[in-house]
Write a protein that binds this ligand. Structure first.
Ligand code: ZN
Length: 129
């Protein structure tokens, strides 16, 4: 038995033939709908968190926006991944929703911790700024 690229090509063409055909107008309508949804999406909540630096693998560093040598450092990979609750009777959608809720909760805790460190630094090193 040897590898036959022609067989792969025939198989791919058979798969492509089964896919639904869309007209250019349908594709354009889908792109337009996506563009409108993006334009109408709410702005993300403003944050004081500066652009991070990545000095080493798994390390995220938030430098002082005023340029002094201070920084706040995080290692998110070391955060404990706590238990998450799946509502009975469960199922893939419930597990997905629970994972999303858990991730959002951890992201919010992370954001608040970084913002708190920045605010504390401003009050200590740059009062009145
Ligand atoms: Zn500073």
């Amino acid at each position: 038995m040897s590898y036959d690229p022609e067989e792969d090509r025939r198989e791919l063409e058979a798969v492509m033939a089964r896919l639904p055909r869309r007209t250019p107008a349908e594709v354009f309508a889908e792109i337009e709908a996506g563009r409108r949804a993006a334009a109408n999406a709410p702005w993300p909540e403003p944050s004081i968190i500066p652009m991070p630096e990545f000095p080493a693998f798994g390390v995220i560093r938030y430098p002082c926006p005023l340029g002094c040598d201070w920084y706040h450092q995080e290692a998110p990979g070391l955060d404990a991944f706590g238990p998450f609750v799946v509502a009975a009777p469960g199922g893939p959608h419930a597990v997905s929703a629970a994972l999303t809720a858990s991730a959002n909760e951890r992201a919010e805790v992370y954001r608040q911790r970084v913002e708190r460190a920045l605010v504390d630094h401003y009050e200590a090193a740059h009062p009145g700024r």
